[in-house]
Design a protein around this ligand. Structure first.
Ligand SMILES: Cc1ncc(COP(=O)(O)O)c(C=O)c1O
Ligand SMILES: N[C@@H](CCCC[NH3+])C(=O)O
Length: 414
């Protein structure tokens, strides 16, 4: 079931006509589907329903308050990487006791904030962070719940910029130091060791790297048990991929079943941190064709959306499907879909077969994750509006920035 589909050649988001949404709210525009977010969250939650677990949506994928609130209402937990994300979760009605705090560099202020609100667990990424957290917790008269993020040194087989589980990556504690750092964590007075975690990369489309990582992590958990260090939970991170262009990532059911089989009856609570798998295909980015231009080699469609609004194609050469908002029978041509930003790398897609003219609307699919959250004001372009549809209702969940907001907080010299 695809909540973004055509009805009589017009693209709909649930029961809302996308062209009408663009007319009312302007372009460029992000549109999210509540039903899709909920279906994807339930897919994870149902996949492990029979086993103690917590689904902690990775806020970084899409941190709009309405997105977080929809998931909080389902009972979701949240994986955060900053004090800002924690504040968003709380503002959106999320339960701090279902929050795990990941991230390779946490500030003292962020540690204090998370300790004060009582999060579920800190995913600690280094010995230095462990010592700091112990000190901060001691100063506040608290005990910090901790998991250690271990870098299992497996190749996730994904884009090098989004691979995180190799020794050469900055993330986590090396496996060959894990036992020692755990022993230290267990000995520190203001920490309570709860779990282990790993996250080997994003947009994984095969089970094997996940299972390789799990085998190494379970071996560690067994060694720790022999040292008398009891691990309550195993946080497997996020990373399950989605279909952008014909990839066939495992369904959460298959993923969870494979993990549970490997777990082999160990009484560990499982924590999942899915971001992309929940949000990516719950959103589209709608842009209008400003003009067409061609030379002897190429045809360009210059659109009002740009790399500052959706950077994935420029940053990772990521391919996202670009479809017309109104389908026609007209003959198609190959276009590079480019934005107004003054960078050669400013494109949303290359060599796309489309039948388009100035004024037409295009929808870039799979834009619900790592879309708006990675947007910027580069070229002094106001950040775009975000709308969430819920059946035949649409709500502006973030207003388009105004020109005045572009220089909010800036000051002239006296
Ligand atoms: C620690 C951690 N957890 C979860 C995620 C979410 O990843 P994904 O969106 O691929 O599920 C990330 C980002 O890759 C991450 O770094
Ligand atoms: N921003 C990346 C994913 C990064 C994952 C962050 N841990 C993307 O769009 O694919």
């Amino acid at each position: 079931m695809d909540y973004f589909s055509y009805q009589d050649d017009a693209l709909f988001a649930e029961d809302c006509d996308v062209a009408q949404l663009a007319k009312v709210h302007g372009t460029p525009l992000y549109i999210y589907s509540r039903a899709t977010l909920e279906r994807h969250w339930h897919a994870f939650n149902n996949a492990v329903a029979e086993h103690p677990h917590l689904i902690c949506y990775a806020v970084k994928a899409n941190s709009n308050l309405a997105v977080l609130n929809v998931l909080a209402r389902l009972g979701s937990g949240f994986d955060i990487v900053s004090g800002g994300e924690l504040s968003r979760v709380l503002k959106a009605g999320g339960d701090p006791q279902k929050v795990v705090f990941s991230g390779v560099g946490k500030t003292i202020a962020e540690m204090e904030q998370a300790l004060q609100v009582g999060i579920y667990c800190f995913n600690v990424e280094s010995s230095a962070e462990l010592e700091q957290l112990n000190e901060v917790a001691g100063r506040l008269g608290k005990v910090a719940p901790v998991s250690l993020r271990i870098n299992p040194d497996v190749d996730a087989g994904t884009h090098p910029y989004i691979s995180t589980g190799l020794k050469e990556n900055k993330f986590g504690i090396a496996m060959d130091e894990a036992d020692t750092v755990f022993a230290r964590a267990a000995a520190l007075p203001h920490l309570h060791v709860k779990g282990v975690d790993c996250h080997i990369g994003s947009q994984l489309t095969e089970l094997k790297p996940f299972l390789d990582a799990m085998d190494r992590m379970l071996a560690l958990i067994d060694r720790l048990a022999n040292q008398g260090i009891v691990i309550e939970h195993f946080d497997v991170g996020g990373g399950l991929g989605v279909t952008y262009n014909g990839e066939t990532p495992p369904h959460p059911d298959a993923y969870a079943a494979a993990l549970l089989e490997r777990l082999g009856g160990r009484p560990l609570k499982l924590i999942f941190e899915p971001g992309r798998a929940i949000a990516a295909n719950a959103g589209v980015f709608v842009t209008q064709v400003l003009s067409l231009k061609e030379n002897s080699d190429k045809r360009f469609a210059i659109v009002d959306g740009a790399m500052n609004d959706l950077i994935r194609p420029s940053l990772y050469s990521a391919w996202q499907n670009i479809i017309p908002v109104q389908q026609t029978d007209a003959a198609t041509c190959a276009y590079d879909i480019v934005g107004p930003v003054c960078e050669t790398g400013d494109f949303l897609g290359k060599d796309r077969q489309l039948a388009i003219k100035a004024g037409d609307l295009l929808a870039v699919r799979s834009s619900g994750a790592y879309g708006f959250v990675m947007s910027s004001n580069y070229n002094s372009r106001p950040r775009v509006a975000e709308v969430m549809v819920d059946g035949d209702k649409d709500v502006v969940v973030r207003e388009r920035e105004t020109i005045e907001q572009l220089w909010q907080g800036e000051h002239l010299l006296p």
